[in-house]
Design a protein around this ligand. Structure first.
Ligand code: SF4
Length: 306
């Protein structure tokens, strides 16, 4: 993991905007839509936090802010919940300035200062390293993301953050599931909460239950000063782009399908798959007649239709 050698300084701005509220610039119809969306996102983030015990009393939550729609939305909703949540927790925003060409370094400090959010800007020229490490003709994103994660997780340790919040949402989790299914030979996705590989950070994804289209609309109405990720000129991983398009198409044609797939992620039946590590198929034995309960002979409806 990359060391963090910069002497970073915590900025605690006064802020001249409230942490919640409807943007004044919106007309009546858009305000209603914004309020509805904000309420839905708050509810879903609150539910995910509770379901996975993401945030506890006294936590210092480091919000990783890239400047994209997802991380801005995550920060906004967490600030919003901070006011009414039954537990007290701290929020600190951290942006890693990776020195990509064209990165507008004034945007996030200005935004965070205006919003009154304590923040750090971590400067690290990972872009030069990415260029050196990436083979000719390959996209930079894989190495870039790995270096970003390494730096951010190390920094979380430095500032004593007890949770690291990442802005991945439901559709990212589904896309990762299919990436692993189609190209990785694994049935795995992105969990809402996990321990980092080195066991030193607990990572949380408060937007796990939120749909990308709701986040995109919320970000548009809220008018976040979005910084596009591909300023560096690198292309999105082509396999991920194809899967994202496939999911969008399914969502257009079959509006319930993504919901059903996400429910499936929370409803895994190891005995109905084929992983010998997860379920002990080898030792399967019948239950003696006298021990069997009334339910034991019931067959799964899906199996009956085969
Ligand atoms: S588009 Fe550029 S900045 Fe974004 S992850 Fe890829 S390499 Fe990194």
């Amino acid at each position: 993991m990359a060391a963090v050698d910069a002497e970073e300084e915590l900025v605690i701005p006064g802020g001249d905007e409230p942490a919640t509220g409807t943007p004044d610039s919106l007309d009546k119809k858009s305000r209603t839509e914004f309020n509805k969306l904000q309420k839905r996102l708050r509810r879903l983030v609150g539910l995910a936090i509770t379901d996975y015990n993401m945030i506890e009393e006294g936590d210092k939550v480091m919000v990783c802010l890239s400047g994209g729609k997802d991380s801005y939305t995550m920060l906004e909703i967490l600030l919003n919940l901070q006011i009414s949540a039954p537990v007290k927790f701290e929020v600190v925003a951290v942006n890693l300035d990776q020195k990509q060409p064209g990165f507008p370094e004034h945007v996030l400090p200005e935004y965070l200062t205006k919003r009154g959010v304590p923040f750090y800007i971590l400067e690290k020229d990972t872009y030069s390293i990415v260029k050196k490490l990436t083979p000719e003709g390959k996209t930079y994103c894989a190495v870039c993301s790995r270096l970003r994660r390494g730096n951010l997780y190390a920094f979380a340790q430095e500032i004593g953050a007890t949770k690291v919040a990442l802005g991945h949402h439901r559709d990212d989790m589904l896309a990762t599931l299919f990436l692993n299914l189609f190209h990785g030979g694994k049935l795995k996705s992105m969990p809402p909460k996990l321990l980092s590989d080195d066991g030193r950070n607990i990572l949380i994804r408060p937007l796990a239950y939120c749909k990308e289209k709701d986040i995109a609309e919320f970000a548009r109405l809220r008018g976040f000063p979005i910084i596009p990720c591909n300023l560096c000129g690198s292309q999105e991983n082509l396999q991920r782009a194809a899967i994202n398009e496939m999911l969008r198409e399914w969502d257009r044609q079959y509006p319930q399908r993504l919901d059903s797939m996400f429910t499936a992620l929370q409803n895994v039946a190891p005995s109905q798959l084929a992983d010998r590590e997860l379920f002990d198929f080898v030792s399967l034995k019948t239950t003696p007649r006298e021990e069997a309960t009334a339910d034991d002979g019931r067959l799964d409806v899906v199996n009956l239709s085969i």
